[in-house]
Design a protein around this ligand. Structure first.
Ligand code: BGC
Length: 243
């Protein structure tokens, strides 16, 4: 059975029905700017519109840019702070008859890459890093997700890594790929020292441009670009339903 995958991000909300057997989009995806402020009511109204546009009555998987515990948002770095303490499963379930599951957006992208993408044959420790509005991470040990790692918020150069190396920082400071690659490299060195991973998978909105920055990285760990590109969040959110 197909599952509607919804990837809620700080800048946009993307959604499409997904075939969870092979991890492919069954229809063209919808791409809607995240309302500002991205309050629970404003985002829920977009979710209702997506459900109506796809005429969807089946199961729904949502990726959300926050720590998610038992369906409840516990943080809100790039989304309205009124989400903290909100039960997302209950909030989105009010808009549909289908069953809803919610997980962290980077964990969703990571699940997709590990099951259908770049990490498919990986064993040992894999870290997926998604660089977009925020800096998201998903940590896997032998295909098992350790959820809600939030390694984008570790301290780097006197502040949060996200404020130093996200794609939003690249845009805001008008950095070239080469300049930004140095920042990403510092960040990956830090993760490498802390976790000794066997593989990094780099995804998020920068993944289409990987040829412009991957060759500049100096870490020892193998690095692969995310193969599902910007669809990983949608695919993984849907797949989370079954995995
Ligand atoms: C949030 C994470 C999220 C990441 C990517 C960070 O600011 O804290 O929960 O996964 O952004 O959206």
């Amino acid at each position: 059975m197909d599952i509607l995958g919804i990837d809620i991000g700080g800048s946009s909300i993307k959604a499409a029905p997904v075939n969870p057997v092979n991890g492919t989009l069954v229809k063209d995806r919808l791409h809607i700017p995240t309302p500002q402020p991205a309050t629970p009511e404003a985002v829920s109204n977009i979710i209702a519109k997506i459900i109506a546009d796809f005429n969807w009555t089946g199961p729904i998987g949502c990726g959300f840019p926050a720590v998610i515990r038992n369906g409840i948002a516990c943080t809100a770095a790039n989304i309205d702070p009124t989400w903290i303490g909100t039960n997302l499963v209950e909030t989105f379930s009010a808009k549909t008859r289908g069953k809803v599951t919610v997980l962290n957006d980077a964990d969703a992208a990571g699940l997709a890459e590990m099951h259908y993408g770049a990490g498919r044959n990986a064993s040992g420790t894999t870290i997926i890093v998604t660089a977009g509005t925020g800096l998201g991470t998903a940590l896997f040990r032998n295909n098992t997700l350790i959820p809600n790692t939030e390694l984008g918020h570790i301290q780097l150069n006197g502040g949060s890594a996200e404020e130093f190396a996200s794609a939003a920082v690249k845009t805001r400071l008008n950095l070239s790929y080469s300049e930004w690659a140095k920042r990403l490299d510092d960040y990956l060195h830090c993760l490498e020292d802390l976790f000794c991973p066997d593989l990094f998978v780099l995804g998020g909105e920068i993944s289409n441009d990987h040829a412009l920055f991957l060759p500049e990285l100096t870490i020892k760990t193998t690095v692969m670009p995310a193969t599902l590109r910007n669809d990983a969040g949608i695919i993984g959110a849907a797949a989370a339903f079954l995995l």
